[in-house]
Design a protein around this ligand. Sequence first.
Ligand code: ZN
Length: 134
Amino acid sequence: MAGRLEQIQKYRDVDNLTLKQIGQKLRPAVTAERVRQILEQRNAKQCTVHKTFFEKQCYKCKKLEEYDSLIEKLKRDGIWDTIQKVKKHDRSALMVSQRYLVVRKLKVRYKLSFRLIGRILERDHASIMHLFYQ
Ligand SMILES: [Zn+2]
């Protein structure tokens, strides 16, 4: 579970909320001034790469680490080479059906989101969904 500071940072960077809106979203709700204080608290650390504030770990670094360990897992499982093959923009029937099988495996066995599968296969999540539900 991410700390409150990480949550505030996400509301700011990802959802582009104002300090007031962030305060209203927190449970219990706090004032905009309190949100500003939390952001400036002494025990907050700042990521040197992403400039985000955090208590335990920068959420952007954490996401990158999770992605890296997923790639490592796919390599260990021996599916990475197939992924590289079906990543190519080749619309032949054979390639399309192989790509479908990879998407299916990543979705069903690995329980990855369409967005993440899209990132792995270098396609947008709509194309992946289309392929999955075809
Ligand atoms: Zn970072």
